[in-house]
Design a protein around this ligand. Structure first.
Ligand SMILES: Nc1ncnc2c1ncn2[C@@H]1O[C@H](COP(=O)(O)OP(=O)(O)OP(=O)(O)O)[C@@H](O)[C@H]1O
Length: 350
């Protein structure tokens, strides 16, 4: 809950308010084998905003979402969603949320319409209201033309839209989207991004989005929280996080030869730092890129190196991730051991 500046009275309640959440999984087969999924996680989302939860495999994103969706219990800490405590009032939380899991929840042997009507009935709508809501959602997600075809014949992008539509049947205030675009082709991803933007900006829904894609978070999230090993590494608006890095990125592509020679020349140019050579590409950073780039190009010319292309870029969330965790998100994914996830486990009691 947020407070007025003097801390006295509640101002606007956060739609999602998580404090000091911890969670450990224990494998019953192997005594003592425990996995600490959350180690004191804090996060908050204001109403009508998109919060991006980023982190490598195993960082604790899905565990967080499952606790917020009342599908799992925390060991300690507190979590409130739409003003309701997830452990004290899970029924109220469930009424207020939609949850779109990583894996599809729709029946591939049913039609799109049948899936939506069933979801509406399960949410307590009468038959007529469920049919009308299904029609509305089929239209809204641009899949009405396929409404009466079995979902197994739908494309991946259409099926993912149906998953999201199912999560919206009961008009939730807060929506959890767990990796909504993983596995989608670029066109389907872009279409899904437009939907997510429409839900947040148009419908005023609060959305917690977990993703592996930093460009996705940059585009959609009002605030991002980067988690690793069950803890928050950093958080803020994408722009504020990028601004903290200062300066510009410089990329130079060389005509021939390796970038090693260019790196030596670049390192001597005043203001050019963090020089990295990779094949024929040279990457560096500079506080004032517009001044440093001409000086760098002159130094390369003087060293007899031909340049094919050169450019400046603002820091990306990838740069933020690298600066904050010491490794790229991709590298972190590779390092995460898929075998680390146990399949047959029970939860450690709170
Ligand atoms: N049911 C479970 N039993 C045992 N360990 C689990 C279970 N679920 C998750 N874990 C472990 O808890 C840690 C956090 O997992 P979680 O799925 O929350 O991470 P994540 O950030 O969502 O990862 P991904 O991006 O791969 O979905 C990992 O070490 C994972 O192996």
């Amino acid at each position: 809950m947020s407070t007025t500046p003097n801390g006295s009275a509640p101002a606007i309640d956060a739609s999602i308010d998580v404090r000091g959440l911890t969670k450990t999984y224990r494998s019953p087969g192997r005594r003592g084998r425990e996995v600490r999924a959350l180690a004191g996680l804090d996060l908050a989302a204001a109403p009508g905003t998109v919060l991006g939860l980023l982190g490598p495999n195993g960082a604790g994103k899905s565990t967080t979402v499952k606790i917020l969706a009342t599908l799992s219990r925390p060991d300690a800490g507190s979590a409130r969603v739409a003003g309701h405590d997830v452990t004290r009032d899970p029924a109220a939380v469930r009424r207020a949320i939609g949850y779109v899991a990583q894996r599809p929840v729709t029946d591939p042997m049913g039609t799109g319409r049948e899936n939506l009507v069933l979801a509406g009935r399960l949410q307590g709508l009468c038959a007529r209201a469920a049919r009308s809501r299904a029609d509305e959602l089929l239209e809204r997600f641009g899949v009405a033309h396929a409404a009466d075809r079995l979902v197994k014949t739908w494309s991946g992008g259409m099926a993912r839209k149906l998953d999201v539509a199912v999560g919206l049947v009961h008009r939730p205030q807060v929506l959890f989207l767990d990796e909504p675009t993983t596995g989608l082709d670029p066109e389907a991803r872009t279409a899904m991004w437009a939907e997510i933007e429409r839900m947040a900006a148009g419908d005023g829904m609060t959305i917690l989005l977990t993703t592996h894609y930093l460009d996705e978070a940059d585009r959609l999230a009002d605030r991002v929280v980067i988690v690793d090993a069950g803890r928050v590494v950093t958080s803020g608006t994408p722009d504020a996080l990028k601004d903290e890095l200062h300066g510009d990125g410089i990329t130079v592509e060389l005509e021939d030869g390796t970038a090693q020679a260019a790196a030596r020349a670049a390192a001597a140019v005043p203001g050019v730092v963090d020089v990295v050579a990779d094949g024929r590409t040279l990457r560096a950073r500079a506080e004032a890129g517009a001044t440093a780039l001409p000086a760098l190009l002159a130094a390369l010319d003087a060293a007899g190196l031909d340049v094919r292309a050169a450019g400046l870029s603002r820091p990306t969330l990838d740069d933020v991730y690298l600066a904050r965790t010491g490794r790229s998100l991709e590298e972190a994914h590779r390092a995460a051991t898929p075998a680390g996830r146990d399949t047959d486990v029970e939860e450690v009691a709170a």
